[in-house]
Design a protein around this ligand. Structure first.
Ligand SMILES: O=C(O)CCC(=O)C(=O)O
Ligand SMILES: [Fe+2]
Length: 329
């Protein structure tokens, strides 16, 4: 198929003649093709970036001091205030339910918290983070959505707290800015690197269904000795973890006391820098809920809108090349 393009709201969009053909390729393929187009039109030479090299080589990296300790603390306080204002059972000081599947309190990104997050955005997507992402992508990137979580201590590990890769376009990257410290007791995100994740895929590890996920790497690798040691980045409040969730196995680890606060930006390749989208389309796009599945969107259109009915087309079985294949970004 030869792709032809038109301009739509100052963005690269598919020529109407090509839209039908693109509607028939799989969601993973569609996003991968768009990424290749973004790479071909990327003119800039990103600044050398050790973090970008790490993203490419191992699928994750950390960036220290994106926010100062005091700015992170201010954001964490704003989370407390936002939740307290919603009532005594809204998750400020305890989980919202006994159901361990609801362990993450999804904090409404409104009012003062929203203003503070918007103000912090240029410091989170600072030149070091931009260079890392541009090096990794070989293209510009866009913000697709974001989520703010407070996670309380709990004994049992569930869902995203079990080993998984995200059902998302291969190029999706999460930037988790920790607003409280990350460590053994304070809650963290644990990751296997690309080679280890590929080894798990070769063992046949499935993770799409929540009940298929395990918390124990020994179960995946057939014994504790064979299991690789995962990375658990120790972070200070204000540091960020960048990782490729569809490509590397990962899981959250719960705090043993108190709570963990995080702000996650979901980013994807783009034909223009992220600031252009925010300037042209407004702040709301920063706060699109993460429940909107990226796979069900059309990256070949401005704002990356959802495709009606696309969710029904997604089967629970991921394509082979995604599951265990090249793992290309
Ligand atoms: O909560 C965590 O640390 C894990 C988050 C996660 O699974 C993701 O961002 O895809
Ligand atoms: Fe995940």
């Amino acid at each position: 198929m030869q792709l032809k393009f038109v301009s739509e709201e100052g963005r690269l969009a598919l020529h109407p003649e090509c839209r039908e053909a693109m509607a028939n390729v799989s969601p993973w393929m569609r996003h991968a093709l768009f990424h290749q187009v973004c790479q071909q039109i990327f003119q800039d030479a990103p600044a050398p970036s050790a973090a970008g090299d790490e993203m490419r080589d191992q699928g994750f990296t950390t960036l220290a001091e994106c926010l100062s300790a005091s700015e992170a603390a201010t954001l964490s306080d704003a989370i407390t205030q936002t939740l307290e204002a919603r009532g005594p059972n809204a998750g400020a000081h305890a989980p919202v339910s006994d159901d361990p599947a609801k362990i993450n309190v999804d904090v409404p990104q409104t009012g003062r918290l929203r203003e503070l997050l918007l103000d912090a955005l240029p410091r989170i997507l600072n030149p070091r983070v931009e260079a890392a992402l541009e090096t990794y992508y070989g293209s510009h990137f866009r913000i697709f959505s974001s989520v703010t979580y407070r996670t309380h201590a709990l004994a049992e590990h569930v869902n995203s707290f079990r080993w998984h890769r995200d059902m998302a376009p291969m190029a999706q990257v999460h930037i988790i800015t920790y607003l409280t410290p990350s460590g053994v007791d304070s809650g963290a995100t644990m990751v296997l690197d690309l080679a280890q994740s590929l080894a798990a895929a070769r063992q046949g590890y499935r993770y799409e269904q929540l009940h298929e996920r395990t918390v124990d790497l020994a179960e995946i690798f057939g014994g504790a000795e064979a299991a690789p040691a995962p990375s658990r980045p120790d972070l200070a409040a204000g540091d960020a973890l960048l990782f490729a969730p569809p490509r590397v196995l990962h899981r959250g680890s719960l705090p043993t006391t108190g709570y963990r606060d995080t702000f996650t930006l979901v980013v994807l390749p783009s034909s223009v820098p992220w600031r252009h989208d925010v300037a042209d389309f407004g702040d709301d796009l920063v706060f699109r809920p993460t429940a909107h599945m990226t796979l069900c969107t059309d990256p070949f259109r401005a704002r990356c809108p959802e495709i009606p009915g696309e969710f029904q087309r997604l089967t629970s079985v991921t394509e082979d090349w995604v599951l265990g294949g090249g793992l290309q970004p």
